[in-house]
Design a protein around this ligand. Structure first.
Ligand code: MLC
Ligand code: AMP
Length: 561
């Protein structure tokens, strides 16, 4: 078996949640008895999330922690030593307190170690989608002012220019074949490191989420946010040390970086690590796995593979879906094909996970079309336009509170204030209801009052293949193009991605707009998943009496791609 970097070795319950309860205005699931003990802040205990992971490493550190799709094995010792070397490298740079480490690299175990080393050294991790191009990276680096930027060698030319322009002193490269200046520099560093002490409220990561105004906002997540959520999910989803997670998600968003990786790390469980969703690898590795997580597109594609069946899933105990709505037809077809009921959950970059269908059947069934019940310790309420609580079955705005809710938007106090109510609830921008009924082919079924269903969004947001696209951002790029008078960007149903981005463009008098040329120009400027799949040219946009563009009319008119 080949060695990883810098490997020293090769290796070849159910939860105890109480009954549901309802407070006056919101639903919450009571804390686990064990969780509440573990979670209460213990004075003098290092609140650094890495310290929590360290405390859960398996006794046998030669056991396999990560097996890669191409046959590398990394033990827990390897993880410890690699993160120590990288943390020593970061420490040797004498970065200021709270320094940000911005990272745009392909997925690899080393990229995960860099995240963990950043935590370990007490700094703040800032992951960036690999699809982002120069204009996008320029904004993030300018806004976050990181002290360190790590990028792929192929992008070093332009990323380093952007970084140096913004005064970043340290730019390293890291590639997915264990090469790059980051690892060369870290290789000579000691392989032991005492995890830096952090407080609960210290920042661990900043995750940029696009904004309805077109400007991305950095959601500041603390060690407490991440640790509390990881511990809650550990209990709620019944993680076990003998679990094997098939990890195929990207590691620059909440789903792949936190929900999936933290789950395995906290359980001391092994991960089988693949760079992306690939059906050949699902067929090869899933039979050895017990847990898998994906956005709905993953399940749609698995069902399209005729060789994927119950035998492929023979060791599986849990399939989790999230980041976008899972269609009831996918939920039903998956159960029919495999005998497994996908567990759908709901979360956000600002809050990590909020609501989940139960793992433990004693708590209830997993109901397709719903996202389940608030996680223990998380409070969720649905309110009307005046902020008054909705009754079960009534649709309203979803608001949340809990130890998982972020600290605010990076250097945007105004925006932060706007997104919280006066009594401290975070406004998710999602629209939903507790209880009510779900319509399926088999007819209507009643939903228990503590189950949440997301029915839409009050924010103008498209979720395509699990990635968020804010129309405003795309419109501002299109509006700058020659010949364009104005534009409206909408999401339309898409069999693979759930929603697809479509642009409706009004041309200036006498101008000619070519769909392919417009798409081609956008491809050179913004992340590929944000680029409209179609561009429709119209004479004018439909508006209501207030002059607001009626996107619902456009969504109907251009529903078919
Ligand atoms: C790729 N493409 C997409 C796309 N991904 N288009 C729209 N939406 C997407 N999500 C386009 C590319 O631009 C390219 O177009 C073509 O599809 C093929 O690209 P690819 O890279 O080969 O695609 P593929 O590998 O098939 O990726 C699709 C995918 C991927 C669904 C597997 O997008 C993915 O892994 N999504 C997961 C996103 C995720 O992790 N979300 C979690 C966010 S956290 P062209 O024209 O260039 O050929 C969050 C909070 C929470 O939301 O609750 O979890
Ligand atoms: P992000 O900003 O990338 O973290 O995306 C968060 C958004 O994804 C939420 O506000 C929801 O709109 C959406 N989302 C996440 N999980 C689900 C789900 N299971 N069903 C519907 N929408 C979801």
């Amino acid at each position: 078996m080949r060695k990883g970097w810098p490997p020293s070795s090769r290796t070849g319950h159910r939860s105890s949640v109480g009954s549901r309860a309802r407070c006056q205005h919101c639903f919450h699931t009571p804390l686990f008895s064990s969780f509440s003990l573990a979670f209460r802040s213990i004075p003098d205990m290092n609140a650094n999330l890495f310290a929590l992971f360290e405390s859960r490493f398996p006794a046998d550190r030669t056991a396999c922690c990560i097996e890669t799709h191409d046959g590398l094995y990394y033990s827990w010792d390897d993880l410890d030593r690699a993160t120590a070397k990288l943390a020593n490298l970061l420490a040797s740079l004498h970065l200021p307190e709270g320094a940000r480490v911005a990272v745009q690299v392909e997925k690899s175990p080393e990229a995960l170690f860099l995240y963990l080393a950043t935590l370990r050294a007490g700094y703040v991790y800032l992951p960036l989608n690999t699809a982002y191009q120069e204009a996008e990276i320029d904004y993030f680096v300018g806004n976050a002012e990181p002290s360190v930027v790590v990028c792929s060698s192929k992008n070093f030319g332009w990323v380093s220019k952007v970084a140096f322009r913004h005064g970043v002193n340290h730019v390293f490269t890291l590639d997915d074949d264990r090469s790059g200046s980051l690892l060369s520099r870290a290789a000579g560093k000691p392989d032991a490191f005492e995890t830096v002490a952090r407080q609960d409220d210290d920042l661990a990561a900043i995750l940029y989420t696009s904004g309805t105004t077109g400007r991305s906002k950095g959601a500041m997540l603390t060690h407490r946010n991440l640790a509390s959520n990881a511990q809650t999910l550990h209990e709620f989803w019944g993680w076990r040390s003998d679990d094997v997670l098939l990890h195929m998600l990207p590691i620059f968003h909440v789903h792949g970086l936190f929900v999936a990786s933290h789950g395995a790390l906290l359980a001391g469980a092994k991960m089988i690590w693949a760079p992306r969703l690939d059906m050949a690898q699902v067929l090869k590795f899933l039979p050895r796995c017990t847990v898998m997580m994906g956005v709905p597109t993953y399940y749609v594609r698995m069902l399209q593979e005729p060789r994927f069946d119950d035998d492929t899933c023979r060791r599986m105990r849990l399939f989790v879906s999230g980041s976008a709505p899972l269609l009831l037809e996918t939920f039903d077809a998956f159960r029919e094909r495999t005998g497994h009921t996908i567990l759908e959950r709901y979360g956000m970059s600002e809050t990590v996970m909020l609501v989940s269908n139960p793992y433990d059947a004693a708590l209830g069934e997993r109901i397709g079309g719903t996202v389940g019940m608030p996680l223990p310790g998380v409070s969720v309420r649905v309110v009307d336009g005046e902020g008054q609580p909705c009754t079960p079955g009534e649709i309203g705005n979803v608001e949340v509170k809990g130890p998982n809710v972020f600290k605010g938007y990076w250097r945007m106090p105004e925006k932060t204030r706007e997104e919280f109510t006066e009594d401290g609830w975070f406004k998710t921008g999602d629209v939903g209801r507790f209880g009510g009924a779900i319509a399926s082919q088999a007819g209507e079924r009643a939903v228990p009052d503590n189950y949440l269903t997301i029915v839409g969004r009050s924010k103008d947001l498209i979720i395509s293949g699990g990635y968020n696209v804010y129309p405003k951002e795309i419109e501002s790029f299109i509006d700058e193009m020659p010949g364009v008078a104005e534009s409206a960007v909408i999401g339309v149903p898409h069999a693979d991605f759930g929603e697809a981005v479509v642009a409706v463009v009004v041309r200036k008098p006498g101008a000619d707009i070519d769909e392919a040329a417009l798409i081609g120009t956008l491809k050179g400027r913004i992340a590929n998943f944000k680029v409209p799949k179609r561009v429709h040219v119209v004479d004018e946009l439909p508006r209501n009496t207030m002059g607001k563009v009626q996107k619902n009319v456009l969504r109907e008119q251009f529903a078919v791609l």
